[in-house]
Design a binder for this molecule. Structure first.
Ligand SMILES: [Mg+2]
Length: 175
């Protein structure tokens, strides 16, 4: 039998990296304090760590999917240097009023929709009840709840410290 594991779902902009608005270039990318440490801590616990990120900048024509992938490759490289990794990046390039026809649509993947989280749980044996999301917007929280996982609103500061607090309070709530 496959052993299910809990998952930490992390929003990207405003959680893992400083949100400068549609970040797409490596030179604009800056890790939030404690972000890499947060990934390290949860991977050490045997958790899945997933990124779930709305990237409507692609639908809006501000940058391309390839630009985003290059940025993610940069993140993966930094994480690898620290001896850790994100299990999978999920992104929603869609927007219903996007400039780019290919990506112009409403999608359950775009938060507050739960699509990316549900996809992650379809792709990997996740223990949903033990899993939670950290986001910096109410739409992140709504997506977490819609997917049936816990959800915590990060308001800045050190992400590793916040995630430890979130885990403790989540486990408290389950008791
Ligand atoms: Mg965000």
């Amino acid at each position: 039998m496959i052993q299910k594991r809990p998952a930490l779902f992390l929003d990207r902009d405003g959680v893992l990296n400083v949100d400068r608005g549609y970040v797409s270039r490596i030179e604009d990318f800056e890790w939030v304090d404690g972000a890499i440490e947060c990934v390290i801590n949860f991977k050490k616990r045997g958790w899945y760590v997933f990124v779930v990120t709305n990237q409507s900048g692609i639908a809006r024509g501000l940058y391309t999917e390839a630009d985003m992938q290059a940025l993610h490759a940069h993140m993966i490289e930094d994480l690898a240097k620290a001896g850790t990794a994100i299990d999978q990046f999920y992104f929603a390039p869609w927007h219903e009023e996007g400039e780019v026809v290919r990506y112009r649509r409403k999608s359950i993947d775009r938060k507050p929709g739960p699509g990316m989280l549900l996809q992650a749980m379809a792709d990997h044996p996740v223990n949903r009840e033990q899993s939670f999301l950290i986001g910096d917007k109410e739409t992140d929280i709504a997506a977490g709840h819609a997917a049936g996982v816990g959800a915590f609103l990060f308001r800045g500061g050190n992400l590793a410290n916040f995630a430890e607090w979130a885990l403790a309070s989540f486990e408290d709530g389950m008791r």
